[in-house]
Design a binder for this molecule. Structure first.
Ligand SMILES: C[C@H](Nc1nc(-c2c[nH]c3ncc(Cl)cc23)ncc1F)C(=O)NCC(F)(F)F
Length: 296
């Protein structure tokens, strides 16, 4: 890791509570309190479960990914903490007091159109920045957006992020883990498992659908897709059934109370062929003009 990686001494990281679990380990709320007087700052510490070597390699890659990112709309990396005892390391990030966007919207159903569009444009700007670094997030979903304040959200969870090689326009995944296929573009679901900035645009469309459904789990992408592909399919049939309805040009229906112009924008993100999908900067512009019209 680069020498400028700040190191937080484990002995001053005081555990407060568990923020959440992932298949890698867990994220804990800690206070970094070297003075021992509770004046230290709150931090989110991602602890890797003591596990297989591959996890450590991926973890180090995630740390390298995050450490070069400097953007107001991306969760801020703070450094690392080494635990001598367990010979493992933790990733230290800024703590976002309002938690994930999905949790926030379930708690605050009164988020108006103006703020929804503000959140959408912030996520687009964060994705524009990621694209400028040739990063493909690959796991864009409301559960992976964090809420800093009532007017600021940030993209988080770079565990699946890949860098597109300079000579290519996409990244091909060899070992797709348990992928969130209901957020994946068709070309990422088929055997080719291709991921690009345009497949991130597809996932952003699904994220906007969640946003304008207030992340209501009864209208979640997974629930709606499973209803459509007749929920009696189990196992391997699901990706194929999903591809079938997408090829047949079926898409998630407009969420209740979703303005027609917003749903039209979401549908652009779900163009079957990647090159027909808009760029993040075009999406930002369109969201901006919708915000001006709709909130007049
Ligand atoms: C496993 C962890 N899960 C959770 N994290 C938090 C959280 C609150 N505040 C936070 N501040 C900084 C961080 Cl990194 C997480 C949180 N809240 C609920 C969770 F279930 C996680 O990383 N989730 C991915 C993402 F960060 F994108 F939401």
């Amino acid at each position: 890791l680069q020498e400028q990686t700040p190191v937080f001494e484990e002995r001053y990281l005081r555990y407060i509570s568990l923020l959440g679990k992932g298949n890698f380990g867990s994220v804990e709320l800690c206070r970094y309190d070297p003075l021992g007087d509770n004046t230290g700052e709150l931090l989110a510490v991602k602890k890797l479960q003591p596990s297989k070597r591959s996890f450590l390699a991926d973890f180090t890659k995630e740390i390298k990914t995050l450490s070069v990112l400097r953007c107001d709309y991306i969760v801020r990396y703070r450094g690392v903490s080494y635990s001598t005892g367990r010979l493992s390391m933790s990733l230290v990030m800024e703590y976002m007091p309002h938690g994930s966007l999905s949790g926030y919207l379930e708690k605050n159903a009164s988020v108006g159109l103006g703020r929804m569009l503000l959140f959408a444009s912030q996520i687009c700007k964060g994705m524009e920045y990621l694209q400028s670094k040739r990063y493909v997030h690959r796991d864009l979903a409301a559960r992976n957006i964090l809420v800093a304040s009532d007017s600021l959200v940030k993209i988080a969870d770079f565990g699946l992020t890949k860098i597109i090689p300079d000579d290519k326009e996409y990244y091909r995944v060899t070992q797709p883990g348990e992928s969130p296929i209901f957020w994946h573009a068709p070309e990422s679901i088929t055997e080719s498992s291709k991921f690009s900035h345009k497949s991130d645009v597809w996932s952003l469309g699904v994220l906007l659908h969640e946003l304008f459904s207030d992340c209501n789990r009864h209208q979640s992408p997974k629930r709606l897709y499973m209803q459509r592909i007749s929920s009696n399919t189990q196992g391997p049939a699901i990706p194929m059934q999903l591809l079938f309805v997408l090829k047949d040009n079926w898409r998630l229906p407009a969420p209740a109370h979703c303005p027609a112009r917003v749903y039209a924008l979401i549908r652009q993100c779900w163009a079957y062929s990647p090159e027909d999908r808009p760029s993040f900067s075009s999406l930002s512009d369109q969201i901006h003009s919708i915000a001006q019209e709709e909130t007049l």
